[in-house]
Ligand binder design. Structure first.
Ligand SMILES: Cc1ncc(C[n+]2csc(CCOP(=O)(O)OP(=O)(O)O)c2C)c(N)n1
Ligand SMILES: [Mg+2]
Length: 540
C-alpha cells in the first residue's frame, strides 16, 4: 500500500501494519508528527508524566503481552530521561522500540534546542540508528520492531531528525517477511535428555524466556515426562501454575544445594542463581535458552542448547519420554521442605502485631486475588515478601524490575497491564521509597481511567538498604524517609481514591473496597520498620 504523508504517518502506518495498538509517550515538539500520525491512524496515545514511565510502560507491555512495546520521546532530555528504562529492557531482553525526536539535520552543530547525538550513548544499551530520509522511515520502524522481537530480543532505538519527521513523502509499507526458524540441534537435545534420564535429583529452573517464547506447555510436557520438580523466576513465574504438583518454590535453596542436575531454562545464570556456581559440588549444570548468545560462558556446562524454547523443550521431553522418572524420594523431600517453610510463614501471614508485619499484608491480599491477577512489584523488602508469598498461576501475571532492579517501574508497568488486560485485577505493590520515583503517574492512571489497585507498604524507610547497612556497619545513613506519609492523600489529590490502614484487621476490608471501586485506588498500609527481610548479600 502507499500513501502521501509526513514522517509521523510513516511511523504510525508502519506501527499499524505491525499490529501495534498503543504508543507510550510524553510530548515534545520534536515528535509532534508521530503523535499526529498515531491520532490519525487510531493508535492509542498513552501520555505519561516522565519519559522513564513511558519507556517502563512499553517494557511492561512487552513483557506481559510478548508483543512489541513502543515508546515515543522527545529529543535530548526525553532520551536521557528514559535511559534507565532502556537499560532495564536490555537486561530483561524485552522487545521494546523507542522512537525519539532529534534536532534538525540542516542545522546540526549550530546549537539547536535539545541538540545532542543520542546514538553514541544509547547504542551500547539498545542498538541505535538515526533515520536519515522520510521515505525510509516505515522500513526502519519495521526492521527495528522485527529485530526487537527476534531472539535474543531486546530494545531498539531510532531517532528522527526534525526535518526528516516533518517532511512529506510517499509512504510504502513493505509486506511482512516470514521469519526463519533455526533447525534444532538433535545432538544437544539427546545429550540433555540423557543427563535428565540418568540424574537422581534433577531440577528445572524456568525463567522469563519460557514465557517470552510461549513455551509454557512444553515446559509442563518436559516436567511431566520425567516427573521433574520445577522452580520459576522472573517472567517464568506461573508458566507452570503454582498449584501444579511439580511446581516448587519454598524449597528452592535446598533444591539448589542438593540437586545432582540443574537444568536452567530461559534465564541467565546471574546472581539470582548464585551465578550457576553454588550448586552441590559435583552437580551437573545444563543451560537451555532461546539463543546461543544467552548461554552462560562462566559456568562449566554438561550440555547446552541455544534455540527457540518451544521446540527445544518439546524435543527434550520427547527424547525423555521413555527414560526413568525422578525418584519419589527426591520430590517427597522437597515437598516436605515446602510444607515446613509454608508453616513457618503461616505465623507471619496471620500476625496480629502492631505496627503491621509486612507479611500480614500478603496474608490478606493473596486470598483476594483471582487466578489471573496481574501483580506488579516496585520496592525493596515489601516486594521481596510478595515474591515469596504471591503465587502465579499463569505466565505474564507477575512483573518486577528483574535483574537490573530499577525502582520507579510500578506505575508505568501497571498502566500497561491495565491497558493490556482491562478485565483482570491489576495490583501494584510499592515500597514507600519506590513510589517516590514515579508517584506522579498516579495522575496518569486517573486521567486515562486506569483502575489499578496500588498497595503501599509504608515503613518510613528504605528497608532493603537500611537493614543491611546496619548489619554491616552497626549504623545506617541516608536510609530514612518521613514516617507515616499520606500517600493515600497523594492519590486523592490526583483525583483517585485512597485510604490509610494502621490496624492489621482493617487490611482486607480496605483491599476489598479497592478492588470493588473500579477506579484508581491506593491503600497506604503502615508497616513495621523493624522487620527486616531475611536475605543474604547479593551485590556480587
Ligand atoms: C533507581 C534505584 N535507585 C536505588 C536503588 C537501590 N534500592 C534498592 S531497594 C531500595 C529500598 C527500597 O525501599 P522501599 O521502596 O521503601 O521498600 P522497602 O525496602 O522499605 O520495603 C533501594 C534504595 C534501586 N534499586 N533503584
Ligand atoms: Mg520502605
Amino acid at each position: 500500500m502507499s500513501d502521501q504523508g509526513h514522517g509521523g504517518r510513516a511511523v504510525s502506518l508502519a506501527l499499524k501494519a505491525l499490529g501495534v495498538e498503543h504508543l507510550f509517550t510524553l510530548t515534545g515538539g520534536h515528535i509532534f508528527p508521530i503523535l499526529d500520525g498515531c491520532r490519525q491512524d487510531g493508535i492509542r496515545i498513552v501520555d505519561t508524566r516522565h519519559e522513564q514511565s513511558a519507556a517502563f510502560a512499553a517494557e511492561g507491555w512487552a513483557r506481559l503481552t510478548r508483543r512489541v512495546g513502543v515508546a515515543a520521546i522527545t529529543a535530548g532530555p526525553g532520551v536521557t530521561n528514559s535511559m534507565s528504562a532502556l537499560a532495564q529492557a536490555r537486561f530483561n531482553r524485552a522487545p521494546v522500540v523507542t522512537l525519539a525526536g532529534r534536532a534538525p539535520t540542516f542545522r546540526w552543530g549550530q546549537g539547536s534546542l535539545q541538540e545532542i547525538d543520542h546514538v553514541p550513548f544509547v547504542d551500547p544499551i539498545a542498538p541505535a540508528r538515526t533515520v536519515t530520509a522520510t521515505d525510509e522511515i516505515a522500513q526502519e520502524v519495521i526492521t527495528a520492531v522485527h529485530a526487537s522481537l527476534t531472539s535474543p530480543r531486546g530494545p531498539r532505538f531510532l531517532d528522527f531528525p526534525l526535518d526528516v519527521l516533518f517532511n512529506s513523502a510517499t509512504i510504502q509499507i513493505p509486506d511482512a517477511q516470514p521469519s526463519e526458524v533455526p533447525d534444532l540441534d538433535d545432538g544437544a537435545v539427546l545429550a540433555i535428555a540423557d543427563e535428565l534420564a540418568r540424574a537422581e535429583r534433577p531440577i528445572l529452573i524456568a525463567g522469563s524466556n519460557v514465557w517470552m517464547d510461549a513455551a509454557e506447555d512444553q515446559l509442563a510436557q518436559l516436567a511431566e515426562a520425567g516427573g521433574i520438580p520445577v522452580f520459576m523466576n522472573g517472567q517464568g513465574r506461573g508458566c507452570l501454575p503454582a498449584d501444579h504438583r511439580l511446581a516448587f518454590a519454598r524449597s528452592r535453596s535446598k533444591a539448589m544445594k542438593e540437586a545432582d542436575l540443574v537444568v536452567v531454562i530461559g534465564t541467565p545464570m546471574d546472581f539470582r542463581l548464585g551465578f550457576g556456581q553454588n550448586f552441590a559440588s559435583g552437580a551437573k549444570v545444563v543451560h537451555v535458552d532461546s539463543h546461543p548468545e544467552l548461554i552462560a560462558d562462566h559456568v562449566r556446562l554438561a550440555a547446552s542448547l541455544g534455540a527457540p524454547l518451544k521446540a527445544s523443550l518439546a524435543g527434550i521431553a520427547d527424547a525423555l519420554a521413555d527414560g526413568p522418572a525422578v525418584s519419589r524420594q527426591w520430590t517427597a523431600s522437597l515437598e516436605a521442605a515446602e510444607s515446613e517453610k509454608g508453616e513457618l510463614a503461616e505465623a507471619e501471614l496471620r500476625s496480629g502485631a502492631s505496627p503491621i508485619h509486612p507479611m500480614r499484608v500478603y496474608g490478606e491480599l493473596v486470598p483476594l486475588l483471582d487466578r489471573d491477577a496481574v501483580v506488579i512489584g516496585d520496592g525493596g523488602d515489601f516486594v521481596s515478601y510478595a515474591g515469596r508469598e504471591v503465587p502465579s498461576f499463569q505466565g505474564g501475571s507477575w512483573l518486577d524490575p528483574g535483574p537490573y532492579g530499577c525502582l520507579g517501574v510500578g506505575p508505568g508497568y501497571a498502566a500497561a497491564a491495565r491497558l493490556a488486560y482491562p478485565n483482570r485485577q491489576v495490583v501494584a505493590l510499592f515500597g514507600d521509597g519506590a513510589i517516590g520515583f514515579s508517584g506522579t503517574e498516579l495522575e496518569t492512571h486517573v486521567r486515562l481511567g486506569l483502575p489499578v489497585v496500588c498497595v503501599v507498604g509504608n515503613n518510613g524507610i528504605w528497608a532493603l538498604e537500611k537493614h543491611p547497612m546496619r548489619a554491616l556497619y552497626g549504623h545506617d545513613v541516608a536510609a530514612d524517609l518521613q514516617p507515616g506519609l499520606r500517600y493515600d492523600r497523594m492519590m486523592e489529590a490526583f483525583g483517585g481514591r485512597g485510604e490509610l490502614v494502621a490496624d492489621p484487621d482493617d487490611i482486607a476490608p480496605a483491599l476489598k473496597r479497592a478492588f470493588d471501586a473500579g477506579e484508581p485506588y491506593l491503600v497506604n498500609i503502615l508497616t513495621d520498620p523493624d522487620v527486616a527481610y531475611p536475605r543474604s548479600a547479593n551485590l556480587a
